[in-house]
Design a protein around this ligand. Structure first.
Ligand code: DGJ
Length: 502
């Protein structure tokens, strides 16, 4: 498999798992069984540059060789200055030299294990190391392209306060907002993220002056200030890497809980309300990506699928909802890919992710065609919201959770329903395909008041990775022509045709 797979059917390794090829050895078989085409794996600054200027690419080379041998692509995660806010992956020579690599501080002066984004030395050291990594990858991998993309840092953000309160940070916070940022925002006034536009329009917000003058003060202004400076630092690192080997590069975000304020959640990360600030600060970064562990999965997909930002989900729970989430993100939001976290531990033979990825892999050319044509939809339903209505090709389709149907075989009494999700494509005037898990779909005309029936439906199976037609579904399998159904606990694909009657 040369080039980039166009749909990343991926999984992310646990944090420490790529630090030992021996540890990883038994897990390659898990990735094969899950039908992964891409693995997200960390590269650790501390292990790659144990002494300043002396690089050890042994782990990276081993990882690339193993992945290539198994026809897997890699997305590398550059765990460097920041990993979940902290600087735990900075090499010892950085950690132990706070004079050269100053720390962010709390308001009471307490230093944090967070390299200050106002540290030019930290930025330059990180950029040099990242450039060395990308140069090395160009040398060893440009021909094969096993590594297809790179995440720069991991879940950047300031915690437990909204901004760094070191002396350098205080000084800059009191200065004027850079012209560069103001011009960027001004030029895009009409298309800014609504949350940012709101802050900018807030009482007391001016068009020039300090951060508090322009962004109305408080934690909101502090967060924007930090986002700009984190972004500038990441821009320097990313640009240095791209100058050596310009792979696509992105940043990922830890998402806030409802009602939390900056500092309670990692402030100033690449969050949707800060997309314009991050873009202005870090133009070399290709996109912003959400790590979606929150239950309002669909909402976060929507908040990242805007302003031309492509949706890629580098982390999500690898739980029993993962397959439904994959179908939904790809169908409803044209996601580039999906990647549950700690993938090496997904070994339950009944887990639906493997069969879902096998289907999605076989369907990739079809999915891409329909993503381009705008004839693809996605649905996600659960116990709280068991029903969703879609419109596609002149039909209104009601997608319900399988358990809403009296005849469905349900899970144990009292157990929450697994999420159900599907993608639907219009393959002809009255012809469709559906792939997913746990859904029941009924149909109405969206164009007149005629009634709609199922003309025919056929399931599609997989033999040796190829799609093959299976049973013609009718009778009990379509509730005598009333619905299309993929039962919960299974992944399925069906092609069906509808007709209208009066
Ligand atoms: C999100 C981080 O990005 C991951 O590296 C890992 O720490 C997970 N959280 C753990 O849930």
């Amino acid at each position: 498999m040369e080039g980039r797979p166009l749909l990343l059917l991926a999984g992310e390794l646990g944090n420490s798992s790529a630090s030992s090829l021996g540890y990883l050895e038994p897990h390659w078989e898990t990735f094969r069984k899950l039908h992964l085409n891409t693995l997200l794996a960390p590269v650790y600054w501390e292990l790659m540059e144990p002494a300043e200027g002396s690089f050890d690419f042994g782990l990276v080379d081993g990882l690339v060789a193993e992945a290539r041998r198994r026809e897997l692509k890699l997305v590398l995660l550059w765990f460097a200055s920041w990993k979940n806010s902290m600087s735990c992956y900075a090499p010892a020579w950085v950690k132990t030299d706070p004079e050269r690599f100053p720390r962010a501080r709390q308001g009471d002066g307490t230093p944090l294990e967070i390299v200050s984004p106002f540290s030019d030395q930290g930025r330059d050291a990180d950029a040099r190391a990242f450039a060395a990594l990308m140069r090395h990858l160009r040398d060893v991998d440009a021909e094969h392209q096993t590594v297809v993309m790179v995440q720069v840092e991991n879940e950047i953000g300031m915690i437990p306060e909204a901004r760094d309160r070191s002396a350098d940070a205080d000084e800059l916070f009191g200065r004027a907002v850079p012209e560069e940022l103001l011009e960027y925002l001004e030029a895009r006034r009409g298309t800014l993220a609504p949350e940012l536009a709101e802050i900018w329009r807030s009482p007391g917000a001016g068009s020039s002056g300090t951060w508090s003058d322009v962004f109305g003060g408080g934690a909101a202004a502090e967060e924007i200030f930090m986002a700009w400076h984190f972004g500038r630092y990441v821009e320097a690192v990313t640009a240095a890497g791209k100058a050596e080997y310009p792979l696509p590069m992105f940043v990922n975000a830890a998402l806030p809980r409802e009602g939390y304020v900056p500092g309670q959640y990692p402030s100033a990360g690449p969050l949707p309300h800060l997309i314009d600030v991050w873009r202005a600060a870090a133009p070399s970064v290709d996109f912003l990506a959400p790590d979606i562990y929150r239950t309002n999965f669909a909402e976060w997909c929507a908040r990242y699928d805007r302003s031309g930002n492509p949706l890629f989900i580098p982390e999500a729970h690898a739980d029993r909802n993962a397959a439904a989430h994959a179908f939904y993100a790809i169908g409803a939001h044209r996601a580039l890919g999906f990647s549950p976290f700690s993938i090496e531990h997904v070994t339950d033979p009944d887990h639906l992710l493997g069969p879902a990825y096998a289907l999605l892999s076989a369907l990739t050319p079809t999915i891409l065609e329909h993503q381009r044509e705008g004839t693809l939809r996605g649905a996600l339903v659960d116990q709280e919201s068991p029903e969703q209505t879609l419109e596609l090709s002149g039909y209104r389709m009601k997608v319900r959770h399988d358990y809403t149907w009296g005849w469905a075989e349900k899970g144990p009494e009292g157990e929450a329903w697994p999420r159900a999700g599907a993608l639907l494509a219009a393959t002809g005037a009255d012809a469709f395909l559906i792939a997913g898990t746990g859904v029941i779909v009924t149909f109405e005309s969206a164009t007149d008041d005629g009634r709609v029936g199922i003309l025919r439906a056929r399931e599609q199976g997989l033999v040796g990775g190829e799609l093959v037609p299976g049973r013609w579904l009718n009778g009990d399998q379509t509730h005598q022509g009333r619905h299309i159904r993929i039962p919960a606990g299974r992944v399925g694909l069906q092609r069906f045709e509808l007709y209208r009657y009066r």
